[in-house]
Design a protein around this ligand. Structure first.
Ligand SMILES: *[C@@H]1O[C@H](CO)[C@@H](O)[C@H](O)[C@H]1NC(C)=O
Ligand SMILES: [Zn+2]
Length: 452
């Protein structure tokens, strides 16, 4: 206790420096910014990081790529990442050193790391010829307009396999799509549905890249790849590739916006925009790991479903709930296979089945490139809970037993700005894991004649 007070008092002079923060409007975006990975190994460290987090809230000088978390955060194994401007670098480094918080610099220059998100041309990863049919590529990250066009092209190029529909409009008026993919059965039986969405968090670019790659894999390799064929014949796949199009587009408009996470709704009585759509669902809303401070990354919104994007997704899932047998929400990063509960450190009653699925999927994912995932709820794996998330809602309210969220690559080396040359490997290993989900779902919920 004594040590804790001393630490905080010592730090105060450092915090006051921040008041004169200058907005970074340099065209180079995050030139010279570093990313620090820190480990809180005591409660004192946790308190210091929480204070730091609150001090730099909504600042561009120090941006956290996660939250210090609450109880038990300091016990977690994964580091917390934060991005620091050149102007604040010495202060932050001194702070960590003085407080004996273990740290390492994982990215020396964020602007340089962002250049690796750009297209790799000549030496590009070999592309399958079948990819030529759409204007999409997976050697670069693309904005919403390209993903929108891709979804429409898929429906047009593969009318027997794919249908596109609109589920609503985002706050800023962008169209949100549901893309259904599958080979209809000759006997007309209803196949089990696996629902996958991505890009609910704006800055997690690899998620929609992987999801679109998967869509393309299913339809374009149906004839040649036995896994694609089986997945197409046994399952109907429902995709919402971009749940948060406004936030996603915002991350593409300027390098300075690249780290935006939330929606873009105007909040009354606050200058801070948007809410965390993965804290906005009407299931244990605001119970833990969420805040009512509109400037914080995990702002849950003023009330459940304050974000219209959440409403659209909710209604679309409910419309098909009888058929939907698994839900996968795709996030990055940390390499974790997450299951409920998000709001506390317990597991729901179906945990044995969920664990069997998760562990089988993780084992399959690992085979290709030895990428290692961990299984568990958010508290146990990431060190902090998150209430009001989609997977808790799909499990408890939509009755989907196999509800899970994936945190894709990596474990913090590049974090959200995963180089573009990792998109295809990430997609391939993720497809391997989803294949296990498909097998279990098909065995457990074979096609039925019921007209639900
Ligand atoms: C976590 O929440 C679930 C569902 O509300 C509840 O059944 C369980 O007891 C809770 N666990 C703890 C440790 O509070
Ligand atoms: Zn996320």
């Amino acid at each position: 206790m004594k040590m804790r007070c001393v630490s905080l008092i010592l730090l105060l002079p450092l915090f006051s420096v921040v008041a004169t923060e200058t907005r970074n409007s340099d065209r180079n975006g995050f030139a010279g910014y570093k990313v620090y990975a820190v480990r809180a190994i005591s409660k004192v460290h946790n308190d210091i990081l929480t204070l730091l987090y609150n001090t730099y809230l909504d600042s561009e000088e120090v941006q956290f790529w996660g939250e210090p978390g609450e109880e038990g955060f300091w016990l977690r194994s994964a580091p917390l990442l934060l991005m620091v401007s050149p102007a604040q670098d010495q202060h932050i480094r001194n702070l960590f050193t003085n407080a004996e918080i273990p740290f390492e610099v994982t990215i020396q220059d964020v602007a340089e790391a962002m250049r690796m998100e750009l297209p790799v041309l000549a030496e590009s990863v070999s592309r399958d010829d079948s990819f030529k049919q759409t204007s999409m590529t997976w050697t670069a990250y693309h904005p919403y307009a390209t993903i929108e066009r891709f979804a429409q092209e898929i429906a047009r190029l593969y009318p027997n396999f794919a249908q596109i529909s609109t589920i609503g409009r985002s706050y800023e008026g962008r169209t949100m799509y549901l893309l259904k993919v599958g080979k209809p059965r000759a006997d007309g039986k209803v196949k089990p549905v696996i629902w996958i969405d991505s890009q609910i968090h704006a800055r997690e670019w690899v998620t929609s890249a992987v999801l679109t790659y998967f869509v393309n894999f299913l339809v374009s390799e149906y004839d040649t790849n036995s896994m694609a064929r089986r997945m197409m014949e046994e399952i109907d796949w429902y995709f919402v590739p971009v749940v948060n199009p406004d936030g996603f587009d915002f991350t593409h408009t300027s390098a300075n916006n690249r780290m935006w996470r939330r929606t873009r709704r105007v909040n009354p009585f606050s200058q801070c925009l948007g809410a965390d759509p993965n804290r906005n669902m009407d299931q244990y809303w605001m119970v833990a790991g969420a805040t009512q401070n509109p400037c914080q990354d995990t702002y849950a919104g003023a009330f459940p479903y304050s974000e219209v994007e959440n409403l659209h997704v909710t209604e679309a899932i409910l419309e098909h709930r009888q058929k939907v047998k698994a839900f996968i929400g795709v996030h990055s990063f940390s390499q974790v296979w997450l299951v409920p509960w998000g709001h506390n450190n317990s597991y729901p009653k179906d945990i044995a089945d969920m664990r069997r699925m998760g562990e089988q999927a993780i084992a399959s994912l690992k085979k290709r490139y030895n990428t290692q995932y961990t299984f568990g709820n958010p508290q146990a794996t990431l060190g902090s809970p998150g209430a009001g998330g989609t997977m808790d809602w799909t499990y408890a309210k939509a009755g989907i037993k196999y509800s899970q969220s994936l945190e894709l690559r990596d474990k913090g080396q590049f974090g959200f700005i995963l180089p573009a040359n990792q998109i295809i490997p990430t997609a391939l290993e993720t497809i391997d894991s989803i294949n296990e989900v498909a097998k279990i779902v098909y065995d457990e919920y074979p096609p039925t004649t019921a007209t639900s």
